[in-house]
Write a protein that binds this ligand. Structure first.
Ligand SMILES: Cc1ncc(COP(=O)(O)O)c(C=O)c1O
Length: 392
């Protein structure tokens, strides 16, 4: 038999999936595992969004959507949101693609930009899928390592140190998975300065934008002077509207990028689901009360968990500004983060994700998702307090 794809053979399976699989196997064996390793809200999709999609199906809206890039209603709703958020006018017909998932929007953006060997910068700790997505689209992932001791702060110099003649784009996530950091105006200015200096594209993943705490403001990268023509904004339904299973996202891009992304989209997945597009319109144009409630609930869980984890000897847990992950450091152990995650799973039946899954900069850290009922978070804290102080 001939060999198979060496590119795919070289991409390791996601470490987040590996921990979840082990945890689920333990659960299947009857163990009381508390799952803090996933990225899925514990809320159901708000009922008015469910109803809109069900009504669309019942009305026969079950055919290929037209245009395949997104129905007029969906792209106009997304365009209106984008204009309101950024103050930048967009042409919904030529600059927006509705995608089956934010992840696919990221992939389309990379596919539209990259030629073989082009380098793409990203900030580490990074969401696990960025480096593989860059490689799958022919690019070379280049990490800009951030320092947890310095609050994962981004500076222009850190980015400049990684620029080469092959640098094509920077990927940004705000709020960040896994660190929960939200970019400050200074950090945004640093990214913008380097992008303009070196004529780089920016892919900004704003999928957690609805989940920002303490009244802090989200700064869309595309809103900054000189950025609209070089920025692809990726967003989606999964996190802010508790719609992970629906697989719905979008990108807003300058026309030349959107045109190529549309070719890749139509030759691969064709379109997002027809009734999914109806759900997007219902979500963006309907009541935001459920999203606000979810945000408030995550904020309350954050308040509880950060305070509780910091009382445990051996855990240092900075607060977070957005998203639904805590990223504490384990300060008194010689174990690496994979060994820590294994230990917590075996000894406390608490499943977290090893920080090294998010790149070398995440070594020594564990990511805990707080998209889990408060009662389970309390039980997790009780168990961690029992095993962490004596962990070698
Ligand atoms: C930073 C980030 N971007 C994108 C996604 C993808 O979301 P989806 O593909 O569900 O839209 C996730 C999901 O975990 C994420 O954490």
């Amino acid at each position: 038999m001939q060999n198979l794809s060496t590119l795919l053979e070289s991409i390791p399976p996601s470490a987040t999936v590996a921990v979840m699989n082990r945890a689920k196997a333990l659960q299947a064996a009857g163990e009381d595992v508390i799952l803090l390793a996933g990225g899925d809200p514990d809320f159901d999709t708000p009922v008015h969004i469910q109803d809109a999609a069900i009504a669309a199906i019942r009305a026969g809206n079950t055919h290929y959507p037209a245009p395949s890039k997104g129905t007029r209603e969906a792209v106009e709703a997304i365009g209106a949101k984008f204009e309101q958020d950024t103050g930048i006018a967009v042409n919904p017909n030529t600059q927006i693609i509705v995608t089956p998932s934010g992840k696919w929007a990221l992939s389309l953006a990379l596919g539209a930009m990259l030629n073989a060997g082009d380098e793409v910068l990203y900030f580490e700790p990074v969401w696990v899928s960025y480096p593989p997505l860059i490689r799958l689209n022919g690019g070379v992932p280049v990490a800009v390592a951030l320092d947890g001791e310095k609050g994962w702060e981004i500076s222009a110099d850190l980015i400049r140190n990684k620029i080469t003649p092959r640098t094509k784009a920077i990927m940004v996530t705000t709020p960040s998975n896994p660190t929960g950091r939200v970019l400050t105006q200074n950090e945004v200015a640093a990214i913008v300065a380097v992008a303009l200096e070196h004529d780089l594209y920016v892919i900004t993943d704003e999928i957690y934008e609805k989940l920002i705490f303490d009244g802090r403001k989200h700064i869309p990268l595309a809103s900054q002077a000189g950025m609209a023509e070089r920025t692809v904004t990726v967003n989606g339904m999964s996190k802010g509207y508790a719609m992970t299973g629906w697989r719905l996202g979008w990108l807003v891009a300058p026309e030349p990028i959107a045109r190529l992304a549309a070719i890749l989209h139509s030759q691969t997945l064709t379109a997002a689901s027809s009734f999914g597009m109806v759900a997007i319109v219902a979500a963006l144009q309907g009541s935001q009360a459920a999203t606000v409630q979810m945000r408030e609930s995550y904020q309350a869980r954050r308040d509880y968990m950060v305070a509780a984890l910091n009382t445990i000897d051996g855990i240092e847990c900075p607060s977070i500004e957005g998203a639904f992950y805590l990223f504490p450091r384990f300060t008194k152990t010689r174990k690496n983060s994979v060994e820590i995650a294994e230990y917590l799973l075996e000894e406390a039946m608490v499943a977290g994700t090893p920080g090294s899954a998010f790149g070398k900069a995440g070594e020594g850290y564990i990511r805990f998702a707080i998209s889990t009922a408060m009662r389970d978070l309390e039980r997790a804290v009780e168990r961690l307090a029992r095993v962490v102080p004596t962990m070698e």
